[in-house]
Ligand binder design. Structure first.
Ligand code: DOR
Ligand code: ZN
Length: 333
């Protein structure tokens, strides 16, 4: 294998770019490394109107001008979206994100009754209009069982709306990987951190707040299944779920959930695929699968890497980064 690799049009199909100062600090790590990214709508005041959507998109475009980067926008799901509204926004979004109420950062106004008549009406319209449903799939049960318990809803939804494209976001369990085989209209994103850590890393020894995220990292067999899927399964695509929080919100009593990985995601993924002798499949995971799943036609952008080690800094600004202070054998050149 050569010491150089080119990634063609990398896509991050799940990222939190935040707003205001934090947006200004972090957006460049996505816009310079990726050709496009699916931008999550869970701002302090979640994106639920066309005006907020367009303002947010314009702000991102302004900050990333010249980077050859396309932000793919999302709306925060509400059960009172009308057909008229969805027709009006459908060309400005790639997906609508379902957050169960209270399940994670800024999701207090998320969905309370996922199977209500109102919700069924919104799903029907989304299916008719070809709008993808992106889902944070966790129940409010015992933390290690939340994702598994939520599979029931995916089962119900995929069966009832066979034309609705459903994305299981940031899956963390073997059960979720296995579930992907069940329906043609169900796909998933996998993060970098869930390919590398288990609950042992988060809380087995000392508590590591910078590894605390939702869904929480699970067991070794789950991590193995995620890795195997990332290397081989065309129904999964890369979604970093990079979710920056300032250091004082992480190293706190009441630690915010989120791992910030955008600056190092591509070199670290390259390392993982290289160590598994799967560099040939890296472009599938990081670009091609997403293009097919979402029918995307992004602007071409090549990211070149060389097998040359670099040391990850501890922080970017006031955000501690995933793999802080580690050596990564591949660098972007
Ligand atoms: O760890 C997480 N952080 N998981 C999420 O689902 C949300 C995210 C955030 O916005 O901080
Ligand atoms: Zn997320």
């Amino acid at each position: 294998m050569s010491d150089f690799i080119t990634i063609n049009t990398p896509l991050d199909m799940h990222v939190h770019l935040r707003e205001k100062d934090m947006l200004k600090k972090v957006v460049k790590y996505t816009s310079t490394n990726f050709a496009g990214a699916l931008v999550m709508p869970n701002l302090v005041s979640p994106i639920t109107t066309k005006e907020a959507l367009m303002n947010y998109k314009n702000e991102i475009m302004k900050l990333t001008k010249g980077d050859n980067f396309e932000p793919y926008m999302t709306l925060f799901l509400r059960d009172d979206y009308s057909r008229e509204f969805l027709e009006e926004v459908k060309d400005d979004i790639l997906a609508i994100k379902l957050y169960p109420a209270g399940i994670t950062t800024n999701s207090e106004n998320g969905a309370k009754d996922l199977r209500s008549d109102k919700m069924m009406k919104v799903f029907t319209t989304m299916s008719d209009l070809g709008i993808t449903l992106s889902v944070h799939g966790e129940s409010n049960g015992f933390v290690m069982d939340r994702e598994k318990e939520f599979l029931d809803f995916f089962d119900f939804c995929a069966k009832k709306f066979p034309k609705l494209k459903i994305i299981m976001e940031h899956i963390t369990t073997k059960d979720s990987v296995d579930f992907l085989n069940k329906y043609d209209n169900v796909f998933a994103t996998i993060t970098l951190h869930h390919l590398l850590i288990t609950l042992d890393d988060v809380a087995g020894d000392m508590l590591r707040p910078h590894l605390f995220c939702k869904p929480i990292a699970k067991r070794y067999e789950d991590r193995d299944a995620l890795l195997e899927a990332s290397l081989n399964n065309k129904k999964v695509m890369f979604g970093s779920d990079s979710a920056p929080h300032p250091i004082h919100k992480k190293e706190a009593c009441g630690c915010a959930a989120g791992v910030f990985s955008s600056p190092i995601a591509i070199p670290k993924l390259t390392q993982i695929f290289d160590e598994n002798n799967k560099l040939d499949s890296l472009n599938d995971f990081i670009s091609l699968n997403a293009k097919k799943i979402y029918n995307l036609n992004p602007i071409e952008k090549k990211i070149n890497l060389q097998k040359k080690a670099f040391i990850v800094p501890n922080k970017y600004d006031d955000v501690v980064v995933f793999c802080a202070n580690e050596e990564i054998p591949w660098s972007i050149i």
